[in-house]
Ligand binder design. Structure first.
Ligand code: R5P
Length: 318
């Protein structure tokens, strides 16, 4: 493949602030594009820069409004392909629908796979993703996948805090996240505990049953890939308080926090701090003195630089 010039970064309308920060990291200009909706609700994207034979990166987390942002990304990829881009990478810092990843009830879809197929069909050569709900979701993509993780950044944030490792235990808020939490705990050199949780039906209600491991007299550091309604974290914080934990820290790569979720979560009395990244826009409702944001742009920007230069992305996490 012959590619002209440096990487060209474009953004859809999902999270332009993040794309601008990525450009600042890479010291390049954001590519120009315009967006409109026809009065029949059809989305239109026009790329205003010449992308012929260029290495094009389209930044678009599939955040709220999820379906509009997915459609806009697909249309953007199609426009780039038809404009003879040399290579197209869809940079999707938050991949929605990743939780719809198996046929675990009769007559249900696997939407995580469907969207991956659409991205491929639209013309993406590669995708860059950040902390998928489950690593196996990578296998839904026929395109090349680079999955980045915010785990080291989040662990470093807590390593620099003034909490003795004697006083700290990492807690997986459910069994599904225990493997990832084990890596987090090892990185911080502290023990791991696991909350046993079960979901009630297809809505966002959860029930906690037990805590495996000792949290008594310690600060519990909950670690998850995503906080959506906050139900998982709130239920975990409550059971950890019952088990004698002296305070809760929580962190997650993706913070969806619809409606008043952030208010509910930050109102949990024993929650000392919630640390998230900005893979999704940080609307005012997600801002609170208890919420700290670790920027994701340097990680995504560095991955883009390495992909463009043909250097290892995995080396970023060793
Ligand atoms: C799923 O099981 C994930 O790892 C998270 O625990 C989940 O997305 C959190 O959702 P919520 O905040 O609505 O409980």
């Amino acid at each position: 493949m012959f590619l002209n010039g440096g990487p060209m970064i474009f953004t859809g309308q999902a999270h332009p602030v993040l794309a601008k920060r990525i450009c600042e990291y890479l010291d390049c200009d954001l590519g120009a594009a315009e967006f409109s909706k026809f009065n029949n609700d059809n989305t239109f994207v026009r790329i205003l820069d010449n992308v012929r034979h260029r290495d094009v990166f389209i930044v678009q987390p599939t955040a709220y409004p999820v379906n509009d942002n997915i459609m806009e990304m697909l249309i953007f990829i199609d426009a780039a392909r038809r404009a003879s881009a040399g290579r197209i990478t869809a940079v999707i810092p938050y991949y929605s629908y990743a939780r719809t990843d198996k046929k675990d009830q009769p007559r249900v879809p696997i939407t995580g796979r469907l969207i991956a197929d659409l991205i491929h069909t639209a013309g993406a050569d590669r995708v860059v993703l950040v902390d998928l709900h489950a690593a196996q979701v990578q296998g839904f993509f026929s395109t090349v996948v680079d999955e980045l993780t915010a785990l080291p950044m989040l662990a470093d944030y807590f390593a620099k805090k003034d909490i003795s490792t004697e006083d700290l235990v990492v807690v997986a808020p459910d069994i599904g996240s225990s493997r990832r939490s084990r890596v987090f705990a090892t990185r911080l050199n502290v023990p791991l505990a696991i909350v046993e949780k079960r979901r009630l039906g297809n809505n966002d209600q959860v029930e906690t049953l037990n805590v495996i491991g000792n949290v008594e007299g310690k600060y519990a550091l909950l670690f998850d890939d995503e906080i959506n309604t906050g139900s998982t974290m709130i239920a975990a914080a409550n059971i950890l308080a019952d088990k004698g934990s002296k305070g809760i820290y929580a962190c997650a790569t993706h913070a969806v926090l619809p409606g008043d979720a952030a208010q509910k979560l930050t109102a949990v009395p024993n929650l000392k701090e919630l640390v998230i990244t900005d893979t999704m826009p940080l609307e005012d409702r997600k801002r609170h003195p208890k919420i700290t944001v670790v920027p994701i742009a340097p990680l995504v920007g560095e991955a883009i630089r390495r992909i463009h230069e043909g250097r290892s992305v995995g080396a970023l996490f060793r």
